[in-house]
Ligand binder design. Structure first.
Ligand code: CA
Length: 227
């Protein structure tokens, strides 16, 4: 997770950078609004910690400019008593704010909430599908048309790889490297044997074939109209 801190108090900025790095974040620092805005437009950060009072371009101006092009979560830092600024900050697109001085763990907690909100668990794909084929990556379970298909570990990995890149022809060399972790020796037919076994379990009992050979190139998993 990559964070940007825009804060003109150099000591505070370094303190936050150090602390957040210890929490496992990658952290860049900008000490004024213009530099911060430049950094944010050149690099996709997961979250920006933005001080309200900055020399030159202030926090709200930076925020307004940011919001024209990106929706990166922004946590504003405001001085105590700047109630109006806080309200304005949230209205102009900040996702949260923290009043200075704050306790460091409070900052970390707010950052984590914002990051979670920005990437809901929905984004994590745990089930892959193609036609009536379904692969549950967590339970390592494969079904076709609701029927359980029992695969060995290698067959499962092979299928998952083909399924993740469905429609793309994968060469024997690539499959050997990805699934068996070996630099392929063209004499060995380990991939072909595994594909044949996988096909027997996956396609043979069913009407529609999904795993196809592309002569001279490799294998592809896809729905074919003429199958
Ligand atoms: Ca400041």
């Amino acid at each position: 997770m990559q964070l940007l801190i825009v804060e003109d108090e150099v000591k505070l900025a370094l303190y936050l950078q150090k602390g957040l790095r210890e929490e496992g974040f990658t952290v860049d620092v900008a000490n004024d609004g213009v530099t911060g805005l430049e950094a944010a437009s050149q690099h996709r950060y997961d979250l920006i910690v933005l001080d309200g009072m900055l020399p030159g371009l202030d926090g709200l101006a930076v925020l307004a400019a940011l919001r024209q092009s990106q929706s990166t979560p922004v946590l504003m830092l405001t001085a105590r008593g700047e109630v109006e600024d806080r309200v304005r900050g949230l209205r102009s697109g900040a996702d949260d704010y923290l009043v200075k001085p704050f306790a460091f763990p409070e900052l970390v907690a707010r950052i984590q909430v914002l990051l979670r909100r920005a990437s809901p668990p929905l984004a994590e794909v745990t089930v892959l599908r193609l036609a009536d084929l379904e692969v549950d990556l967590i339970r390592r379970r494969v079904t076709r048309a609701g029927q359980r298909v029992d695969l060995t570990n290698k067959e499962f990995n092979l299928l998952t790889l083909l399924l993740r890149r469905q429609g793309a022809v994968l060469s024997r060399t690539e499959l050997a490297a990805q699934v068996w972790g070996m630099n392929f020796d063209s004499e060995t037919n380990i991939v072909d044997v595994a594909v044949r076994r996988l096909r027997n379990k996956l396609d043979q009992p069913f009407e529609q074939s999904l795993l196809h050979t592309v002569r001279g190139m490799g294998y592809v998993l896809e729905i074919r109209a003429d199958a």
